[in-house]
Design a protein around this ligand. Structure first.
Ligand code: UFG
Length: 360
């Protein structure tokens, strides 16, 4: 029980990564306050988002929730004045790559502007510990594989979404340079997939999924006809794109390790002060065809697919060197591709409409 009742503010806590992380936080005896504006989640029957209703059901613990956007600084100040927050895990962001090219200003206002608001309020209230949800997208087209944290960032970010992650990383770096009392950990996610093993919470994309695993799951359940495999002529083992898929529960546990380092709880006795990035990935790459085949095995369904043109902006292969997280956070991913597919399938088959009651 490493949390000792410390109070963690989780921005974007109703979302996919946030909700899974909160389950672990509550299990580890942290208390949680969530701010989320429900821009990408479903309202439940009570006062909470449906994902958080289920988190409470899963853990038997309460979550305090504020329906609040990071763009509303006054509302954020109220959250901080009503709660004695020890640290922040900052997930809240818009995250659709394609959409970000169509409405870049909305992405910059929300992801960058919202983060600056949050940091200003944190500073005003003397809360100087933050775990930031970043992405392997900051590496752009990798110059080498597996990717280490000191790989150049920002250079190959081809879309506004990716740039917002890079910009916020840089803003956090400047903040630390200005005041070394801050403890700032950036977690660069590779490809989070799967769902909680209970099948109660998972990813619930709105509309047509952009990402591979949710799309496959919807083909398996009969909601979509056929998967388009984007590109079959990459220089990879079978010509399809290679990614480092990581089980969402492993990803969530990476946040607990990072938080432990900031708060000096768990295995790390001292509070970390500084700015440090960690890759969260398994270190292993899998091709699209391998993912399809693993999902077929997990679901006992045939996934219909066709090979089509490459998708604009995709890199051939991306996978992590996760040594730094292992050495400094004592964290490693434990679940394999079949676990990811099995848990994804359990969630999808138990909740064919995600968190909605009926078809969207
Ligand atoms: N793919 C398909 N068909 C689909 C969807 C994806 O073949 O319908 C392929 C892609 O071409 C790629 C692989 O499956 O080779 C994975 O694609 P995803 O869209 O699932 O994931 P990406 O690696 O493109 O992007 C993810 C996140 C981004 C994040 C990036 C970081 O979605 O938010 O990883 O590297 F920025």
């Amino acid at each position: 029980m490493t949390g000792h009742g410390k109070l963690i503010l989780v921005t974007g806590g109703a979302g996919y990564v946030g909700s899974h992380t909160i389950v672990l936080l509550l299990t580890e005896n942290y208390q949680v306050v969530v701010v989320d504006n429900l821009s990408n989640s479903v309202k439940g029957n009570g006062n909470l988002p449906e994902s958080l209703e289920r988190v409470q059901a899963l853990t038997g613990c309460n979550v305090k929730y504020y329906d609040c956007s990071l763009e509303d600084k006054e509302a954020l100040k109220r959250v901080f004045s009503e709660n004695k927050i020890d640290a922040v895990i900052h997930f809240a962001a818009l995250k659709a790559v394609g959409e970000s090219c169509l409405i870049p200003l909305t992405y910059y206002r929300n992801n960058v502007g919202g983060s600056v608001n949050l940091l200003e309020v944190m500073k005003d209230f003397g809360v100087k510990k933050i775990v930031f949800s970043s992405s392997a997208t900051v590496y752009g087209d990798p110059q080498y594989l597996p990717i280490k944290e000191d790989h150049p960032t920002g250079q190959g970010c081809t879309n506004p979404y990716g740039k917002t992650k890079f910009f916020v990383e840089e803003i956090l770096k400047d903040l630390w340079k200005s005041d070394q009392e801050w403890g700032i950990i950036l977690l660069r996610y590779f490809n989070p997939v799967g769902a909680h093993h209970s099948g109660l919470i998972g990813e619930d994309p709105l509309g047509i999924p952009n990402n591979l695993m949710p799309y496959i799951a919807q083909v398996a359940i009969g909601k979509r006809e056929c998967l388009n495999v984007f590109g079959s002529d990459y220089e990879t083992s079978d010509g399809t794109g290679v990614r480092d898929y990581i089980h969402i529960e492993d990803l969530a546990s990476g946040h607990l390790s990072a938080l432990g380092k900031l708060l000096g709880v768990g295995t790390t006795p001292q509070c970390y002060k500084g700015w440090r990035a960690y890759n969260l990935g398994t270190g292993e790459g899998h091709s699209v065809l391998e993912v399809i085949s693993a999902f077929e095995k997990a679901s006992q369904k045939t996934i219909k697919y066709k090979l089509v043109e490459r998708r604009l902006g995709d890199v051939p292969a991306s996978y992590a060197d996760a040594t730094r997280a292992r050495e400094e956070l004592e964290w490693t991913a434990k679940k394999n591709l079949l676990d990811m597919c099995s848990d994804m399938w359990r969630w999808q088959s138990k909740n064919p409409c995600g968190f909605h009651q009926e078809s969207k």
